[in-house]
Design a protein around this ligand. Structure first.
Ligand code: UT7
Length: 359
């Protein structure tokens, strides 16, 4: 059975920026609290839909792999903020991107979605059911932000990241995966008002509830354990890990995970400062930026680890191939906007109030 290896990578970070200072102006929060509790300084807010960001990231990943859209035979889109319920956001991306020969599906494992998608892609390539997979993580979490809830509104941002996976060479590729879910804890991180149990309940549309401390406690335990298990199942020791690319939810969670794995800070990639928590998009955006910053050497041992609503968690240990530079480039980007991040956030808040009949 052939393992899957990453041959292409790309990202889409929307142009409109929302800073901590912007948030200070509209809610009872401050830069000092957000920075020290989370590590976040700013985040991007999109003026487009999830599938538009996914399309741009996907285009870059395909170009980097030296492929054409028609070469892709499977498109997996990890998201918990799809444009619509039906069709999948992956179907919308297929049409926008011209990935005409691909079967398309969405995966929802919240912030762990990229690692879950990687597991599916690896399995499909291992069995020969797919040869060239485009795996995208894309989220428009600004849809869920409510400036009346400061405990969650400061945490999230929008964006997309993508990889292309192909059959691996001899030593590289996905070496081990470790996934888990605890549905008994579903209630500590949940979005209500968008599903069969909520039909007609317009007032509750997109209500995000999170018990931050419980999520934090579980994240630290599960991320450390899943990552350590994946490295062991790969037949490696923790000293063999060259770089940890964790889901970017909170620098304190990342630091605690790294401590559990006894990894020094220089082996841990962190970019939450500029993007906040972008859920399923955070790992592929971080991987792309690590490659662009030349932090990944040929043959590097990489660990991805994520945690999110479900509760879900997952880790992957892989050896990167010999090529760490792009085979091609794309000039794809989102259309320009004159709106600021704060404009977009306030527009969404007005829409939320209007739907609730409060405006
Ligand atoms: O992607 C996976 C999903 N999410 C996560 O991984 C998030 C996991 N949880 C966390 O990252 C942290 O729990 C948070 C960043 C959400 C919160 O940090 P915390 O250290 O657990 O703070 P807390 O909830 O215990 O709140 C401490 C204080 C409270 O005030 P009092 O009761 O002590 O007076 C809050 O009301 O901070 C207050 N607070 C804020 N203050 C200013 C909560 N949110 C804010 C805010 N600005 N935005």
């Amino acid at each position: 059975m052939r393992r899957a290896t990453i041959t292409g990578w790309g990202k889409c970070t929307p142009p409109a920026v929302l800073t901590n200072e912007d948030l200070e102006a509209v809610m009872d929060t401050n830069d000092e609290w957000i920075t020290t509790r989370t590590g976040i300084k700013e985040r991007r807010i999109t003026h487009t839909e999830t599938s538009d960001m996914a399309t741009v990231a996907g285009r870059h990943a395909i170009a980097t792999a030296g492929l054409e859209p028609e070469d892709i035979d499977l498109l997996i889109l990890a998201t918990c903020t799809p444009d619509r319920i039906i069709p999948s956001a992956a179907s919308l991306v297929q049409a926008k991107l011209g990935v005409t020969n691909a079967a398309c599906l969405d995966v929802n494992a919240a912030c762990s979605g990229f690692v879950y998608g990687l597991s599916l892609a690896n399995g499909m390539i291992a069995t020969g059911a797919a040869r060239r997979v485009l795996l995208i993580g894309a989220e428009k979490l600004s849809t869920l932000l409510d400036i009346e809830d400061r405990s969650t509104a400061v945490l999230f941002g929008d964006g997309a990241g993508a990889v292309v996976l192909e059959p691996a060479g001899d030593g590289d590729g996905v070496l081990a995966l470790n996934l888990g879910t605890d549905g008994g804890l579903a209630g500590i991180l949940t979005v209500t008002g968008f599903g069969t149990e909520e039909i007609g309940n317009v007032a509750e549309q997109f209500s995000l509830y999170m018990d931050g401390q419980e999520v934090f406690r579980n994240a630290v335990t599960q991320m450390g354990e899943a990552a350590t298990r994946a490295v062991a199942e790969a037949g490696l020791s923790l000293e063999d890990v060259d770089i940890l690319i964790p889901h970017q939810a909170n620098t304190r969670i990342i630091d605690a995970t790294a401590r559990r794995m006894k990894l020094p800070p220089e082996k841990v990639f962190v970019n939450i400062t500029g993007y906040g928590n972008t859920s399923a998009a955070s790992i592929p955006i971080a991987l792309t930026e690590a490659l662009e910053s030349e932090l990944i050497r040929p043959g590097a041992v990489i660990v991805f680890v994520a945690f999110g609503g479900g509760l879900t968690w997952g880790a992957a240990c892989l050896r990167f191939g010999d090529r760490v530079t792009p085979l091609g480039t794309s000039d794809a980007r989102l259309p320009a906007t004159s709106f600021t991040g704060l404009d977009l956030l306030l527009q969404r808040q007005d829409e939320r109030r209007r739907r609730r009949g409060l405006a």
